[in-house]
Ligand binder design. Structure first.
Ligand code: AMP
Ligand code: ZN
Length: 667
């Protein structure tokens, strides 16, 4: 077989496996084998650039940077949908249909309304050639490179598809992936995203497609557009499109009557929380395409379809007071303190107000009667104000201009929603927050020292920054409240022991904004010691894989600060690790770059911690919990049954110690 054929065959195979995994959710080979094949293909394509193909499975990893997205005209307009909120409105709609269509029976397809960002995909001869956002419905932005990174979007169709057509759908972030993503952000000192929909829609416009590839995006499709579509009903088209490789949720149902439609609504009104993604309603469509054509469109929407919106679970409460929290990074979060109210099974006392714009937009004031909702977000939010109940004496909320903790004038950077207290060195919650981060388990892991003790030590004037921890003597600590002799000793010992913590964790512990665990590891590996890192310019830093402008600027500005340089100097003197060890410098490869592994159980020839280190030394990521992003579960003896079950249900391949050694080419 010549190289070209070999490449072609690998691509076909990988497309097929990708489809089995991401669309059918039924993989037939292990991820291990899949990755091996993908690597093989990548290697061949690199060696033979003459065979590069825009539909190759290797395109999924991204890497294209788009500075300006082209605006292109939709060949057929993307319409909006009329909304309805009650069964009565649906029955009225049916009456209108009957007036237009006469006595012919009308069947409906019911689909869930996916809550994301609309997209139109164009296929020619089975290849994805273009992806446009909805824009204003007449023209949208071309985001093809970004869309190609989404695993459930087929790059190459299968079976008997029309030569040219468009397919429309919604780019969403499933709830599980959204939760994970936010946990990571909070860990890195970043603000969590507000909701899956806005995040999905923002992702489409990221300039670097490699960043898009990192996000847990999914694409659910719901409509075909084209000249010669091979069916007479919408439902048949959906079924056909599934066979071509598109992800079309199986919840879609053909209903013979409005009664069936209504029972579909009633069912999903109750069961929608069991879905892996957010939905805010049901879309009811006249099934017959001929009938659709007869009904046509109004100025804004098709007459043959209507959205039915679910009522969101809402509670009414009184906003007693707006308070402001100052985070470790100085970010200010306004919080609504509410009269306790029951909502979706829990008592709610506080709701997030997000930021100043949100308060202004909804004109939220203290004393107001407000509507509270729980969506995909973690904390409930205020969605509106009952103006009829507002007191005549009420005054608009004036957002604070100064830090509630230290009195410094707040700042707000261009393009950022959040206000910040810039007094990083003198603002108490920022100081203690930084020290608390420094000692935390994933950072310096200092035994015997808790968050409250940090506050106490700070209040007593014993510490002002994390370097001061290393000056603490037992005699200074014993007089503190509730501090026994033994605990004081443990504390001092714990601090002393922390000088053994490796460089990459020290780097994470410093609390540089946007430098989370992963970025810290990457930087430690790239620069090997703190002096090299401190000398790096923004441009240098941006050469490092996965480091963008935002991270680079944050690193540079952290080290530019005289106070930080001083603290680092002190830490060095106390013996804290500021470079990779000789041992770390050896044995490093990138064999596992882009892989996330979970380790579980007991191993025959290697310690668990050693195994984890091997993963990282070879460029892989170690994660503690299994998700759909996990590349492999490395299983030893006596692995917990729940881990195995989770891996099996998500189709995460389970490999042995020996398989792993093969993976890093150590047999
Ligand atoms: P709206 O933005 O409220 O006018 O709702 C119309 C939008 O709902 C469309 O532009 C689609 O992007 C979206 N949508 C979500 N799910 C579906 C579905 N199953 N069928 C049609 N449109 C849908
Ligand atoms: Zn402050």
């Amino acid at each position: 077989m010549n190289i070209e054929e070999q490449i072609k065959r690998l691509r076909e195979e990988l497309h097929e496996h990708n489809y089995n995994y991401y669309v059918l959710d039924a993989p037939v080979i292990s991820d291990f084998d899949f990755d091996m094949k993908l690597k093989e293909l990548q290697g061949l394509e690199e060696a033979h650039p003459e065979f590069i193909d825009a539909s190759s499975p290797t395109m999924r990893v991204g890497g294209t940077v788009t500075k300006n997205f082209n605006t292109l005209v939709h060949e057929q307009r993307m319409y909006s949908l009329d909304n309805s909120y009650s069964k009565e409105e649906l029955l009225e709609w049916e009456q209108r249909l009957k007036r237009n269509l006469g006595d012919a029976p009308i069947h409906f397809t019911c689909e869930l309304k996916y809550d994301g960002a609309s997209i139109s995909l164009s296929y020619e001869n089975g290849s994805l050639v273009r992806a446009l956002t909805r824009g204003d419905g007449f023209q949208g932005d071309e985001v093809t490179a970004n869309i190609k990174t989404i695993r459930s979007v087929p790059l190459q169709l299968r079976g008997d598809y029309p030569a040219v057509f468009d397919i429309r759908g919604e780019i969403i972030i499933p709830l599980e992936g959204f939760k994970k993503m936010n946990e990571e952000r909070i860990n890195n000192g970043e603000d969590p995203y507000m909701n899956p929909r806005n995040t999905a829609s923002g992702s489409l416009k990221l300039q670097d497609s490699a960043q898009v590839a990192e996000r847990p995006l999914d694409c659910l499709l719901y409509a075909l557009v084209g000249r010669d579509l091979p069916a007479e009903t919408h439902f048949e088209l959906l079924k056909k499109a599934r066979t071509w490789g598109f992800k079309i949720p199986m919840e879609a149902k053909l209903c013979q009557s409005m009664e069936e439609v209504i029972s579909f609504l009633e069912h999903w009104d109750v069961h929608r929380h069991e879905l892996p993604y957010e939905t805010d309603g049901v879309v009811v469509k006249v099934n017959n395409l001929q009938q659709q054509e007869e009904l046509g469109y109004t100025a804004k929407s098709p007459r043959w379809a209507i959205a039915y919106k679910f009522k969101t679970e809402q509670a009414i409460s009184v906003l007693e007071k707006i308070t402001y929290q100052v985070g470790r990074t100085g970010a200010i979060t306004p919080v609504a303190n509410l009269q306790p109210v029951l909502l979706a099974g829990t008592t709610v006392k506080r709701a997030s107000l997000h930021n100043a714009d949100q308060i202004k937009k909804l004109d939220i004031r203290e004393g107001d009667t407000v509507f509270v909702e729980k969506g995909g977000e973690i904390i409930p939010k205020i969605v509106g104000v009952d103006l009829a109940k507002r007191f005549a004496t009420s005054v608009p909320t004036v957002y604070i201009s100064h830090c509630p903790e230290c009195g410094t004038a707040l700042q707000r950077e261009d393009g950022e929603a959040q206000h910040f207290c810039p007094n990083t060195v003198g603002c108490p919650p920022q100081i203690t927050g930084r020290i608390q981060h420094f000692i935390s388990r994933k950072a310096m892991d200092i035994d015997g020292l808790g968050a409250e003790t940090v506050e106490l030590l700070f209040k007593e004037g014993l510490i002002e920054n994390y370097a001061d921890l290393y000056t603490l003597a037992k005699e200074q600590i014993i007089p503190l409240e509730r501090m026994a002799d033994k605990s004081a000793e443990n504390l001092v010992q714990g601090i002393a022991d922390s000088v053994r913590i490796p460089f990459e964790r020290v780097l994470f512990a410093l609390g540089i904004r946007f430098v989370g665990e992963t970025v810290a590891k990457i930087l430690a590996k790239a620069y090997k010691n703190i002096d090299a890192l401190m000398a790096a310019s923004s441009e240098d830093l941006m050469q490092v894989n996965e480091v963008g402008q935002r991270i680079a600027e944050s690193v540079v500005s952290f080290f530019r600060e005289e106070k930080n340089r001083q603290i680092i100097g002190q830490l060095k003197q106390f013996g804290v690790q500021f470079s990779l060890t000789e041992e770390q410098l050896q044995n490093q490869t990138e064999l596992l770059k882009g892989y996330t592994l979970v380790v579980s159980g007991v191993f025959e020839n290697i310690e668990r911690t050693e195994l984890k280190k091997l993963i990282e030394d070879n460029g892989g990521k170690v994660s503690s919990s299994i998700s759909s992003k996990t590349s492999y579960l490395v299983a030893g003896n006596n692995m917990g049954p729940s881990k195995r079950a989770k891996a099996e249900s998500l189709g995460v391949p389970i490999i042995s110690e020996a398989d792993f050694m093969k993976l890093i080419q150590k047999t």
